[in-house]
Write a protein that binds this ligand. Structure first.
Ligand code: NAD
Length: 274
């Protein structure tokens, strides 16, 4: 497993397991147990996924030491004030059965995000979370946040896949020293990217699956990835991406696949955010 160093000196396993929409307790426990056996250490959840308690139970019931795990959660849009954010964080800690988080994110740049950031900064300064960051923040949101921030976000978790590459934002984040973390790295199984002919050809040349080629592309772009699956075979396949490399020519071919095809809500849409 490759680790990346964040802008505050903390490290993050570059690949983790996402658990969005995994609400069934036995699926959750089984997939986390499979993932731990396959060498995953990094788990990405959020209060709004309504599965933090299941994640906490699965991790607490494993024999992996807390120091060897990397746990991310996120504060949801309904919490708009400093106090609500602090309370939401402690609720996440309780459900996750841990006394600290590795990474805590503002889920969307929704109402009150500057005030929420002050709460995250205090949690960070109190040592309750090792790194803090944002999610679904675009350039205007980052600029507004940075104008008053005491702590620079370590991470921006944004939708990214070969049909929605976020090239400009990727470059801006790189310039700012904020790590780019890709959600929906495989196009959420609905973008069509998994049957792209260019990716299929590259996959065949390496004897790998399209999912593995996509994940490898993210890794070589220095992006953090958190693919989701509940199937043992796919969970194993998705972490088996550290034994091959894409050539510069293949990276270039994939760069040309961008269609600016967003699969989810637009963070610039104010209606969604309020
Ligand atoms: P994803 O791109 O990881 O796609 C998951 C889907 O891809 C699976 O349901 C399955 O259909 C398919 N898949 C996975 N592995 C495969 C394989 N090896 N072969 C074939 N198909 C495979 O989408 P996601 O779950 O939406 O995103 C990953 C994680 O990102 C989430 O679980 C969550 O933790 C996080 N996320 C964050 C936000 C946010 O707003 N911050 C939004 C969505 C997701």
């Amino acid at each position: 497993m490759n680790n990346l160093e964040l802008n505050n000196g903390q490290t993050i396993p570059q690949l983790g397991l996402g658990v969005f929409l995994v609400e069934n307790e036995s699926d959750l426990k089984q997939s986390i147990s499979n993932a731990l056996n396959d060498g995953y250490q990094h788990f990405d959840t959020a209060a709004i996924y309504h599965n933090e308690a299941g994640v906490g139970e699965a991790l607490a019931g494993s024999d992996i030491h807390r120091d060897d795990l990397f746990i991310t959660s996120k504060v949801w849009n309904q919490h708009t004030t400093y106090d609500e954010t602090i309370a939401a964080f402690h609720e996440s800690l309780r459900k996750l059965q841990t006394d600290y988080l590795d990474l805590y994110l503002i889920h969307w740049p929704s109402e009150g995000y500057l005030e929420k950031w002050r709460a995250l900064e205090d949690l960070y300064q109190d040592g309750l979370v090792k790194s803090i960051g944002v999610s679904n923040f675009e350039k205007p949101h980052l600029d507004k946040l940075l104008a008053s921030a005491r702590v620079k976000p370590a991470v921006d978790q944004i939708e990214t896949h070969p049909y929605f590459q976020q090239t400009e934002l990727h470059e801006y984040l790189t310039k700012l020293g904020i790590a780019h973390e890709a959600w929906g790295p495989l196009g959420q199984g609905k973008s069509g990217v998994m049957s792209d002919p260019v990716l299929t050809t590259i996959a065949a040349q390496h004897g790998k699956s399209v999912a593995q080629v996509i994940l490898r592309w993210h890794l070589q772009r220095n992006t953090i990835v958190i693919p989701k699956s509940i199937h043992a075979k796919r969970i194993a396949e998705n972490i088996d991406v550290f034994n091959f490399s894409l050539t510069p020519g293949e990276m270039e071919q994939i760069a040309h696949l961008d269609k600016n095809q967003r699969g989810s809500e637009d963070p610039n849409n104010e209606v969604w955010l309020t």
